[in-house]
Design a protein around this ligand. Structure first.
Ligand code: PXP
Length: 257
């Protein structure tokens, strides 16, 4: 979808009962990068996610390009028919890419090269000048901007002061301690505070079919970003079909000898 087709935030599907599911396809690219080839193709995965009802596609272009590559984002920005949410660190390099490709949404995330995955939320008070400059530039380009933060009241309010349209609450602490009430309560409180002050509220990280229900039930959370567990589950669920497909080709070949 071209930037001309960008909907203003207010026109995103927002039926009270419909929570948007954005599928993070980074780990399709992780598998591809294991062989440095072209398969499996995240662009094809995005298309199949959309066909299966995903409301949007999320990719994280990391500084070290460990999974998603520049060419993927370039192609996806022209082929995603729903909404493309590009996760980036707050750097000049990433801002320039976002402004050139104009995804419908950018989520600013913290990034450390040595981390396995995005381990915590943005420290929105560490360099507010740089963050504001980035958010202003994205807003001016008509790109909806979200900040990936911990479920922390100060972070919620500062995100609003910095001019973000949305926050994405980091659900990792909840996901890793799903039987502990405190992280869930923090998400509930932060979500309500965000909505009260006019922010759109998203959430994600570590969510799966076994822990998503409690987060999905937090009323102000209008969008979930889910990747690793969903792609992992797809591999498991898809294994028998892939074996049958391969076995059929092998059997057909053997029948000719
Ligand atoms: N949201 C953000 C901002 C992320 O950085 C990630 C991980 O890349 C996710 C959501 C998805 O997390 P997971 O892959 O654990 O579902």
């Amino acid at each position: 979808m071209s930037s001309e087709g960008n909907p203003p935030s207010g026109t995103l599907p927002r039926a009270p009962r419909h929570q948007r599911l954005y599928v993070n396809i980074d780990h399709v690219a992780t598998l591809r990068q294991a062989r440095r080839g072209a398969f499996p193709d995240p662009v094809q995965a995005a298309r199949w996610c959309e066909d299966a009802g995903a409301d949007g596609i999320t990719v994280h272009l990391r500084e070290d390009r460990r999974h998603i590559q520049d060419a993927d984002v370039e192609t996806l920005s022209g082929t995603v028919r729903s909404y493309l949410n590009l996760e980036i660190a707050c750097t000049d390099e990433m801002l320039a890419i976002a402004l050139r490709l104009k995804p419908q949404q950018v989520t600013i995330v913290p990034e450390r090269r040595e981390e396995v995955t995005t381990e915590g939320g943005l420290d929105v008070q560490r360099d507010p000048v740089q963050l504001r400059r980035t958010i202003d530039a994205l807003n001016a380009a008509g790109i909806r901007t979200a900040l990936f933060i911990d479920a922390d009241m100060t972070a919620v309010r500062v995100s609003h002061e910095l001019g973000a349209a949305a926050i994405e609450l980091h659900t990792g602490r909840y996901a890793h301690h799903a039987f502990d009430r405190a992280p869930l309560q923090s998400l509930i409180d932060a979500a309500h505070e965000g909505a009260r002050i006019g922010l759109a509220v998203h959430a994600g990280h570590g969510l799966s079919v076994s822990n998503v229900a409690a987060v999905a039930a937090i009323e102000p959370i209008e969008e979930l970003n889910i990747g690793h567990a969903l792609i992992g589950r797809s591999i498991l669920i898809g294994i028998s079909g892939a074996i049958h497909e391969l076995r059929a080709v092998m059997s057909a070949a053997r029948s000719t000898i």
